[in-house]
Design a protein around this ligand. Structure first.
Ligand code: AMP
Length: 116
């Protein structure tokens, strides 16, 4: 039984602020926002990382993640001015939650640095 925090959120065991949900993806507000808009695009199916999306049958789902991100950016009013998508992967990438997710950040002009 997989019990990372995002699985618990998707199955309703932990509360979160959802801004979008379909059969494939949930989008929630990050609990510790790093920008005025900081959302997380999370696949409903548990997957630790991109390592779990290496098969051709996964192409569609992975592509949909970006479409969902852009749709939600429209929904929350940041698509026109722009936003940033980030994925942290593994120890060196600074990943904390072992469930694939994409950060969607925006709502202000973000700094030029993506590496610190
Ligand atoms: P990372 O794994 O480093 O890419 O980032 C995980 C993100 O999940 C962090 O930005 C956390 O603030 C966020 N996070 C952790 N727990 C929760 C939660 N219960 N609800 C919403 N966001 C969370």
């Amino acid at each position: 039984m997989i019990s990372d925090v995002f699985c618990k959120i998707i199955t309703g065991k932990i509360k979160a602020d959802f801004v979008y949900k379909d059969n494939d993806f949930a989008v929630i507000k990050d609990i510790n926002p790093q920008a005025p808009v900081h959302l997380l695009i999370i696949p409903v199916r548990h997957a630790d990382s991109l390592e779990d999306f290496l098969e051709e049958k996964d192409n569609e789902l992975l592509g949909k993640a970006l479409i969902v991100a852009h749709r939600v950016a429209h929904q929350v009013g940041i698509a026109e001015k722009g936003y940033r998508l980030i994925m942290n992967e593994g120890e060196y990438g600074g990943k904390l939650v072992p469930h694939l997710h994409i950060h969607l950040l925006g709502g202000k002009k973000l700094g030029p640095k993506i590496v610190r």
